[in-house]
Design a protein around this ligand. Sequence first.
Ligand SMILES: Nc1ncnc2c1ncn2[C@@H]1O[C@H](COP(=O)(O)OP(=O)(O)OP(=O)(O)O)[C@@H](O)[C@H]1O
Ligand SMILES: [Mg+2]
Ligand SMILES: [Zn+2]
Length: 565
Amino acid sequence: MTYQVLARKWRPQVFEDVIGQEHVARTLKNAIKTGRLAHAYLFSGPRGVGKTSVARIFAKAINCQQGEPGVPCNQCLSCVEITEGSSVDVQEIDGASNRGIDDIRDLRENIKYMPSSSKYRIYVIDEVHMLTLPAFNALLKTLEEPPAHVKFILATTEAHKVPVTILSRCQRYDFKRIPAKDIVAHLSRMAADEGVDIPLSGLGIIAREAEGSMRDAQSLMDQVISFSGRTVRDKDIADVLGIIDRDVVFASSRAIIEGAPERCLQIVDQIYNYGYDIKEFYRVLMEQFRNLLICLIAPQNDLIAVSDTDKEEIRRQAEMAGTEKLHLLLSFLINREEDLRFTSHPRLVLETTMVKLCTLGDVLSLEELLKRVTALEKRLTGAAAGLGDCAGPEPLKDPGAGWPSEGTGDHSGEGSRSPKEGKGKGWEEFLAFVAGKSQVAHSILKEWRFVGLSGDVLEIEGKGESFSSRYFEDPGRYRQLRDYCREFFGRDMDVRLHTHGQAMPGRSRKTPAQAAARVRGGEGKKAIPKTAREVLNLFDGHMIENDPGPKITDDIGGTIDERNA
Ligand SMILES: Nc1ncnc2c1ncn2[C@@H]1O[C@H](COP(=O)(O)OP(=O)(O)OP(=O)(O)O)[C@@H](O)[C@H]1O
Ligand SMILES: [Mg+2]
Ligand SMILES: [Zn+2]
């Protein structure tokens, strides 16, 4: 058997086989069923979406001698001849090569004859927009009142080039681009039938390239199968079609979101060496950020034509970045696109753009800024008014609660004391022990709350975003803390640090009343200058060492006082 390309082999033969044009198929089928046939139809739409196929199915259905109304049997002589293109009653005329007035005159002569063996003579004029103006004019009259045994089906990819006088004499049907997911599903059926193994992600690449045209998708698949045989990998598809590897695209968006300029430069180098078209890469990168954004804005919609695994990664990256940042990145890419279009140094433009994108994300979102400003305002006004109306966070509990009496090495001493006594005391003993080692570490640790001790794990909790709760983030200080523990407990300890109330950025741990009390009373440390106290309150800090140093002028304090007054 001679080889047939997929597009021909898989031409739909009944209305139900036509994908993505249900609105057209249903109307035509009903028209036949109810006997309400027009004498001229115009099928318009992009290339390879089923116009010719539907025209043939329609012609077959009208002339079929056996099937039920609207369903061609595909077996009777008429159906078979139409499928083979050998029917004398159904003629396909290529508008591009029969575009002159003489061709239309011939056609007019021709339609006078009665059909040889069917009900109707049907003329399908493809690419009808190619006809010359005189040819169109010659067609007008015929189109308006053809003989009862004649039907016209005009097809075009460019309906806007067809004169309105023609358009108004036809019943018009607009064919749509076929959704990528429908193309993928169809290709996947075809692959299974052909015994070819192609991953869904690969079919997704093909569907994307086909831009809604089933014929294009089938041709691309033909090409890919010729290249790789029965087993096709994504990489083959990318190579054959000159498409940018998805991995590279994902690596790029990830590097940008994570703010890694060196990685971006490496990727550009890779793209360049691989011979990818840089402008094409840029387009794909924009599409990637569009997908990331859509994934957050409209997660339920089928607006992203990618495989499920890709979707998963898209979701991960999108969540990492957040809507605000993605908006920013995508807008920047769109604005910069023109630079790339007109440059003679595309690589350079791509490099600078990607590096810039890496830093763009660091800009705080407006929402975040507003939150912080509001929080700051609250703190300032709260401190000034001394009002305690805000519900503050829970006060720190007994720092020693939960401290077990056993297993605290040499320092626990009284093994027989009640758990309650032991709880408070154990933590306090540890604090006292640390005080003996370092005043600084002690004053920091005093701000922490004991959470639990089990086996070799000590858990403590700091207060929100305060300085003391971040103190042990420094590896050196953390090591020192563990050293103290080792000495105190007589064994290696795992110290787990928790922070409290971090969920709300900029939220103060203190009620305004507490803050005001601190401002007024200066936490009882009279030696701290007023300005310094203001600063401490504002930033939620506290004094580690009170170095008198050069005297701080009261300028800042004065300003704060004025505002608070
Ligand atoms: N809607 C569809 N459903 C299933 N297969 C389709 C569809 N559209 C196109 N195809 C496939 O593509 C091939 C070409 O389709 P068809 O000739 O009908 O497209 P067309 O719209 O007439 O394109 P053109 O404008 O380029 O003439 C068909 O043989 C079929 O395999
Ligand atoms: Mg066609
Ligand atoms: Zn038939």
